[in-house]
Design a protein around this ligand. Structure first.
Ligand code: PEP
Length: 251
């Protein structure tokens, strides 16, 4: 199965309704000649019911930034994947480093969320990545593969080929410091080989692995041209129509 190329914009905790609408509608024109590209906008949860209209009829997909590991029940303040699906979400981030670090989310918890999303037919975008300290002490590969293994431990076998991964070195997120294309591609190849080892050839070869960490118009093309980089997860540069449109244009 050919791998999907995905460019996803993580808006984080930014943008009010009118700003979100202006941004989403401003992107539509750039999508016209991109039938082989999946563009996903990932607004704050409260914007999702509105964003359903913004993505309508243009092929753009809607994602969420986080969800509960349960479908319903006494979990005050959480967001059910069932509700996200009802509002048209087809993707959801899990394990973004901000969730892991600020909200202490564990590998196991993140794996449970991935499984719950798959049960609702929402594609989890599982984020993994190392800190600068881990890279400098050469512990980065163990860290990343441990994060991936933990997700496969929680996801049923039927879900193994339904996940998307995002390699996001923490030292590159929001810092303006991008991993070089060689650094990124090397880690993507290691991730793919690991998926092949634990989940089989077909799951590994068909898994889309995105790069995230200060992706911008100036580096999007060289990153997208790498053999094992199947798309981009974009934070800061997804908040401006011009920048995100140029990133889309780079495909
Ligand atoms: C992110 O937070 O997922 C991200 C990639 O952010 P930025 O592009 O701003 O580094």
């Amino acid at each position: 199965m050919a791998r999907k190329t995905i460019i996803a914009g993580n808006w984080k905790m930014n943008l009010l309704p009118l700003q979100g609408e202006e941004l989403a509608l401003g992107l539509k024109e750039g999508l016209v000649n991109k039938p082989n590209l999946e563009v996903v906008i990932i607004p704050q949860t409260a914007l999702i019911p509105l964003a359903q209209d913004w993505v309508m009829d243009c092929g753009m997909q809607l994602g969420a930034q986080n969800c509960s590991n349960n479908l319903s029940g006494a979990y005050t303040g959480e967001n059910s994947p069932e509700l996200l699906r009802a509002f048209g979400c087809t993707y959801c981030l899990v394990g973004h480093s901000e969730r892991r670090e600020i909200f202490n989310e564990s590998n196991e918890f993140i794996g449970q969320k991935a499984q719950t999303l798959i049960s609702m037919n929402i594609t989890p975008i599982v984020c993994v990545g190392e800190s600068l300290e881990e890279r400098e002490s050469n512990k980065h590969i163990d860290k990343i593969l441990g994060q991936i293994q933990a997700v496969f431990d929680q996801v049923d076998q039927e879900g193994w080929s339904k996940m998307v991964f995002a390699y996001e070195p923490i030292w590159a997120i929001g810092t303006g410091k991008t991993a070089s294309k060689e650094q990124a591609n090397e880690i993507h190849q290691i991730i793919r080989q690991h998926i092949i080892k634990i989940a089989g050839e077909s799951a590994g070869k068909s898994a889309s692995i995105l790069y995230g960490g200060s992706a911008k118009p100036g580096n999007a093309k060289e990153l997208l041209n790498q053999s094992d980089i199947d798309g981009l997860l974009v934070g800061g540069a997804s908040l401006k129509v011009e920048d995100f449109s140029k990133i889309i244009e780079a495909f």
